[in-house]
Design a protein around this ligand. Sequence first.
Ligand code: DHB
Ligand code: FE
Length: 306
Amino acid sequence: MARIIAGISSSHVPAIGAAIDNKQTEEPYWKRVFSGFEKSKRWMAETKPDVVIAIYNDHASAFSVELIPTFALGCAAEFPPADEGWGPRPVPVVKGHPALASHIATSAILDGFDLTIVNKMEVDHGLTVPLNLMFGSPKEWPCPVIPLAVNVVQYPPPTGQRCFDLGKAIRRAVDSFPEDLKVVIFGTGGMSHQISGPRAGLINSKFDKAFLDGMTKNPKALARMPHIEYMREAGAEGIELVMWLVMRGALDDKVKELYRFYTVPASNTAVGHIILQNGVKSAPRKPAGKSVVKKSAAKKKARKAA
Ligand code: DHB
Ligand code: FE
């Protein structure tokens, strides 16, 4: 049976990709950002997932503004890097996992999530930058990746609750896939940032840190947060954070936070990153009532005997 072993969230700032492609990762500004992912890359290399499901958003690269699916699942065998204005990034072609992707499509659609099935698609920085941050810059990506694009570029994006519930549908789909696969799910984008308008450059570290806490401890409350609060607190592009909730919905209620990193800024954006281990058994509950009764009964007995 396939199982989701961990969820990872990470920002996807395009300038991070440019820093890699232009060999600027050792410059102090960028070293600060990349050093926060060293542990994560080691964890990934040790964990060796069989498949990654990457929740990301397309920035008018694959879909243009003429066609904007709310949830689009990549079912193709491969996804080439998109040309975002400077030619396609020099990164490997992303290899998909058509069998698991079609299974997720079937399971989720029959479950009430009308995903758009995408059989041909290029992928932009929204996907390739998180892959670099977690895998470095290998000749080939080490495992297949199933892209799931979420609309966060044109109003109205899906609600946080809908994203969270989609995560649950993905979880059910993965759990019912018969092949033994270790799956890691990525939620990408965020954290607070606003690219244009009077509030361009907005960053809200207090909000971001509370969001990171909520991801670990109280995701159900995060899922109820309305769009207006993302806009007000995290800026117009902060809405990308709803994609983290798809990832979180696919995990157990209780998870173990393995790692967290936060730095400000990279380009215009607050960079946040978290690794949540799934499948953590909660400690068995002590049958408190029973033991109290037993103890007092034992005490009574002892008193009688005395
Ligand atoms: C920036 C961040 C993004 O998430 C994005 O899609 C484009 C630009 C930025 O910080 O510049
Ligand atoms: Fe973005």
